[in-house]
Design a protein around this ligand. Structure first.
Ligand code: KG4
Ligand code: ZN
Length: 335
């Protein structure tokens, strides 16, 4: 079965072709970073218009690369939420109308399920069950994963997502958009232990997160400093260390609670080197990540989630044409 994947939930147009027997056949990604950079963040209307411009040419590009025709597609998976509603509607409209024209199933995929399953695209894939830490610009989730579509939420952010806290702290430090990876690169030059930032919500039980206080702590430290280049890198490092340590503490707790030995980390922040180093150092735990290019948004994870759902014959939670800006993982139906 060949599945075309369409990702258009935010500022990246991602298209991919996945075949159940052969794996990933081709993929392409167009990032809108340059488009939004001058505004310091994503402008939803501009994002939607750009997805309209890029989706069909990218579909043709991946089909050419895979030496296939549109009629060779057996199903079309598109991101139906969560995300920016206008951007989602572009992928939904193109995906569903193409599927209707080709008379193949249209699969409405949850973006966070796409991230969650993305490490299974790798050769060294984890086996169920596992704990998943999903760290993106909009979500910080700890999930007990028992199988495709069998997700139990263990914890989530009660305010800013960790990626959002990276981006806002970066902006406050005067760094450009998208701030997360830029802050992470700067942090490598910081002086260890120059500042000690709090590890929010780690001194009480539970698996929820809160990163907005950490962001404010960084802001106050910056305001009270001389705002030199050295202060900038030292604060970047202190923020990153605190965020990473907080995530690691909660992962360890979730693994202990579930008794699982495998941790799967995905979403944009899973590209963070300090986070990977910290999690890899946990004893007796095997940690799995997507390859770096599939940490952030991409079409491959959507095509793959579509193929997994289709082969398990899991009914789609969105049977008609729509998109959901908010769509919690634990509302997905089990097989
Ligand atoms: O998964 P993703 O591409 O999009 C969403 O679904 O939100 O995640 C984007 C987030 C942004 O907040 C970005 O700053 C963050 O991931 N990010 C990073 C790194 N690379 C991307 N944060 C910290 N360190 C990184 N290396
Ligand atoms: Zn994402």
């Amino acid at each position: 079965m060949r599945v075309l994947g369409i990702e258009s939930s935010c500022d990246e147009t991602g298209i991919a072709l996945y075949e159940s027997e052969k794996g990933l056949l081709a993929h392409a990604l167009y990032s809108q970073i340059a488009l939004h950079a001058e505004y310091g963040g994503v402008v939803p209307e501009l994002a939607s218009r750009d997805h309209i411009r890029k989706t069909l040419p990218l579909i043709d590009q991946v089909l050419n690369e895979a030496k296939l025709k549109r009629t060779d597609i057996d199903a079309i998976a598109y991101t139906a939420g969560p995300g920016l509603v206008g951007a989602l509607l572009v992928g939904a409209a193109i995906g569903r109308s193409m599927a209707w024209a080709l008379d193949v199933p249209a699969l409405a995929i949850n973006h966070m399920e796409g991230h969650l399953l993305s490490p299974l695209l790798e050769e060294d894939a984890p086996e169920f069950p596992f704990v998943s830490l999903l760290v993106s610009g909009g979500h910080t989730l700890l999930v007990d994963v028992q199988g495709v579509g069998q997700y139990q939420l263990l914890g989530e952010s009660i305010d800013d997502a960790v990626g959002e806290a990276f981006d806002k702290t970066a902006k406050m430090l005067g760094l450009s958009y998208p701030g997360g990876p830029i802050l992470a690169a700067l942090a490598e030059k910081g002086t260890p232990d120059k500042y000690l930032f709090p590890r929010p919500m780690t001194n009480r039980p539970g698996l929820d997160f809160s990163f907005s206080g950490l962001k404010t702590f960084a802001m106050n430290t910056w305001r009270d400093s001389e705002q030199s280049e050295q202060d900038q890198v030292d604060i970047a490092l202190a923020f990153q260390t605190a965020a990473v340590e907080t995530l690691a503490i909660k992962c360890k707790r979730a693994l202990k609670e579930t008794g699982y030995k495998a941790l799967v980390v995905a979403g944009g922040v899973s590209a963070n080197k300090a986070l990977r180093k910290r999690l890899d150092a946990m004893s007796q735990i095997q940690v799995y990540y997507p390859r770096p290019e599939f940490c952030s948004d991409n079409g491959a994870m959507i095509a793959f989630a579509g193929a997994m759902r289709q082969s398990a014959m899991i009914k789609q939670p969105i049977p008609t044409f729509s998109a959901r800006p908010r769509w919690p993982l634990d509302e997905l139906s089990p097989p």
